[in-house]
Design a protein around this ligand. Structure first.
Ligand code: 5GP
Ligand code: ZN
Length: 112
């Protein structure tokens, strides 16, 4: 499958990794929108939030168990935002599930 984040997950395209285990990978966004901008992905291909099911949601739970540890390591003690764009209206550009971790500054409070 021609999926950018599958290639990153399998090491075929390099990334700046900040966390990795058997199931998930976290790496720095190539075009950061905040001083800290990290993407967390499952290694298994899931297209978006719209594809989360009972069969794969443990992976998503695992991502959310790891996010606080990543935030702590990045010293985001003053807070951070977790975002996932799903589909065209949200502006999803990479169709492999990913959660943005944004922090390191006071973020824009506009949500939409
Ligand atoms: P989306 O717009 O789908 O929510 O987020 C996709 C994100 O992936 C964007 O923030 C974009 O900067 C990032 N991105 C796109 N291509 C690459 C890449 O090759 N490497 C890394 N590290 N990030 C990428
Ligand atoms: Zn993929």
């Amino acid at each position: 499958m021609d999926c950018l984040f599958c290639k990153i997950a399998h090491g075929e395209i390099p990334s700046t990794k900040v966390y990795e285990d058997e199931q998930i990978l976290a790496f720095r966004d190539i075009a950061p929108q905040a001083p800290t901008h990290i993407l967390v992905i499952p290694k298994e291909h899931i297209a978006s939030v719209g594809e989360i099911t009972e069969a794969n949601s443990k992976l998503v739970a695992h991502i959310f168990e790891v996010i606080p540890a990543i935030a702590a390591r990045e010293q985001l003690t003053n807070g951070y935002r977790v975002v996932s764009n799903c589909g065209a209206d949200a502006g999803q550009t990479v169709h492999h599930l990913h959660f943005h971790i944004l922090g390191g500054k006071v973020l824009n409070t506009e949500m939409a």
